[in-house]
Design a protein around this ligand. Structure first.
Ligand SMILES: C[S@@+](CC[C@H](N)C(=O)[O-])C[C@H]1O[C@@H](n2cnc3c(N)ncnc32)[C@H](O)[C@@H]1O
Length: 398
C-alpha cells in the first residue's frame, strides 16, 4: 500500500512515495497508457563490466570492443582513439574525439587512468581474485572519482538504498579486501581512500542499484553485460515479477545520451498505481527469482505472481532458471486472450499471469525480453510492440 508523502515529482508521470515494506517507490501521478515514456534518466556513474586483467588476443569479448566513455560498440576501421596515458593502447579506447575529451575530464581522468593501471599491476587482485571482484574494483575507482569531480552526484549515490543488512556481510568482506588494495592508489594530496565502512556501503549501493548495459543481442550466443550504470531516478523503481513498465536503452544508437535509460509503460495503469520494473528477465522461475532478490537486493518477494507460484510444485524448474511450466502454458494461450490494455489476472487460477507471458514476453530464439508498445499517438495505444532485448518490432492483434 502506498503511503503518500510530500516528495518531489520525479517526472510528469511519476511521484516518489513511501511504500510499506519496500522503502521508497514510484507511483503514477496520472493515468498512464501502454507505451508511454515515463522517465528518461542519465547515469551519474558508469563503469566497464569487464575484469581488469587484459584479455588475451583473439578473445571475442573484452572491454576494448566498447568505447571506454559511452560504451558503444567500436566499429573496426572507424578511427578509434586510445587514451594518451594508458600503459597499453587497449586499456581505454574511445569511439570519437568527443568521447575521448569528455572522458579525460570526467570519467577517465588522469587519476582514474593511473589507478586502473595500478590495479592491473596488482597480482593479488588480477591473478588471485574472481572477475567479479575486479569489476567491483572498477566500480570503486569510478565512485571515488565521482566524489572528486562531482561531490553532489557522489552524495546522490550515497543516498541510494543499499538493500538492508542482507548481503551486508559479503559486501563488508569484499570491502575489507578491496580497501587494502585501493588504499595504495595514488590519491591526490590531502585525500585518502574512504574507510572500509564507506567502501562497503558503496558496494551495497552498487549491488542494489546498478543496471547492466548488455552486449548486442545475438540469437546464437549468450550475451553478457558490457557496462554498469547507476541512475539517480530510475534507482527508485521497486521490483515486481509481473512489471507494468520496462527499461529500454539504445547504447549503440544515437550520439549523445546513448547510456540514458528510457522507462516505458508495458500496459495501461490508473493514477496512484505503483510502477515497478522486473530486476531480471521475467521468465526466471520462482526459486531463482526469490534467490536473486534475497541475495542481491535483500528482500523476499510477495508480489501477486510469487503468491501464486509459491504454491506450485517446483519440480519443473530447471537449472538454467527458466520455467518449463510457463513455456508449456504459453503455448496454449492465444495473443488475443486479453480484452483490454490493463492487465487482468482472471480466468486461470493456476496461472493467472499467462496473459502477461503471451502478450509481453518476446518469443524470439534466445531472447525472452519484455515487449512494450511504441509510444501512443493521439492518446491511442500503438499496436506495434518493441522488444527491450532484441529490439524487434511486432504487430499485435488488438
Ligand atoms: C533499486 S532500490 C528501489 C528503491 C528503494 N525502495 C528505495 O527506498 O530507494 C532496490 C531496493 O528496494 C527494495 N525493494 C524493491 N522492490 C521490492 C519489493 N518488491 N519488496 C520489498 N522491497 C523491495 C529492496 O530493499 C531493494 O534492495
Amino acid at each position: 500500500m502506498a503511503v503518500e508523502e510530500n516528495h518531489a515529482a520525479i517526472s510528469t508521470a511519476l511521484r516518489l512515495v513511501n511504500i510499506e515494506g519496500k522503502g521508497k517507490g514510484l507511483v503514477a501521478s496520472k493515468s498512464l497508457k501502454g507505451g508511454e515514456i515515463i522517465l528518461q534518466d542519465s547515469p551519474i556513474l558508469s563503469y566497464s563490466a569487464f575484469p581488469l586483467k587484459r584479455q588475451q588476443q583473439g578473445v571475442s569479448s573484452s572491454s576494448s570492443k566498447y568505447c571506454a566513455h559511452c560504451y558503444k560498440l567500436l566499429v573496426t576501421g572507424s578511427g578509434t582513439l586510445a587514451c594518451p596515458t594508458c600503459s597499453h593502447p587497449d586499456d581505454a579506447v574511445f569511439c570519437s574525439l568527443r568521447c575521448q575529451s569528455l572522458a579525460l575530464s570526467f570519467t577517465h581522468t588522469p587519476w582514474v587512468c593511473r589507478s586502473l593501471s595500478c590495479l592491473r599491476n596488482c597480482p593479488l587482485l588480477v591473478d588471485q581474485q574472481p572477475d567479479d571482484r575486479q569489476v567491483q574494483a572498477r566500480f570503486l575507482v569510478a565512485a571515488f572519482n565521482l566524489a572528486m569531480i562531482s561531490p553532489s552526484s557522489f552524495q546522490t549515490l550515497m543516498s541510494l538504498d543499499g538493500g538492508g543488512p542482507q548481503g551486508g556481510a559479503a559486501d563488508f568482506d569484499a570491502a575489507t579486501f578491496l580497501h587494502s588494495i585501493i588504499s595504495s592508489l595514488p590519491f591526490p594530496e590531502g585525500l585518502s581512500a574512504p574507510s572500509v565502512e564507506i567502501t562497503a556501503a558503496l558496494l551495497s549501493k552498487d549491488r542494489c542499484n546498478a543496471f547492466g548495459l548488455m552486449e548486442p543481442f545475438s540469437e546464437h550466443e549468450e550475451r553478457s553485460v558490457r557496462a554498469y550504470s547507476i541512475y539517480p531516478n530510475a534507482s527508485f523503481f521497486n521490483h515486481d515479477c509481473l512489471p507494468n513498465a520496462c527499461r529500454f536503452d539504445y547504447v549503440d544508437g544515437g550520439a549523445e545520451g546513448n547510456t540514458d535509460m528510457i522507462i516505458r509503460m508495458i500496459h495501461d495503469v490508473p493514477e496512484g498505481r505503483e510502477i515497478c520494473l522486473s530486476y531480471f528477465p521475467v521468465n526466471l522461475n520462482y526459486l531463482l527469482r526469490q534467490k536473486r532478490l534475497l541475495d542481491d537486493y535483500g528482500f523476499s518477494c510477495f508480489c501477486d505472481r510469487c503468491n501464486v507460484e509459491s504454491k506450485w510444485s517446483h519440480e519443473n524448474e530447471n537449472e538454467d532458471g527458466e520455467d518449463d511450466t510457463m513455456e508449456e502454458e504459453d503455448e496454449e494461450m492465444s495473443p488475443s486472450d486479453g480484452e483490454n490494455n490493463e492487465i487482468e489476472h482472471e480466468g486461470d487460477d493456476d496461472f493467472p499471469h499467462a496473459y502477461f507471458f503471451v502478450s509481453f514476453v518476446c518469443d524470439k530464439e534466445n531472447c525472452g525480453g519484455t515487449l512494450a508498445p511504441l509510444q501512443p499517438s493521439n492518446n491511442k495505444t500503438s499496436n506495434i510492440m518493441e522488444c527491450n532485448v532484441c529490439g524487434s518490432l511486432n504487430k499485435e492483434e488488438m
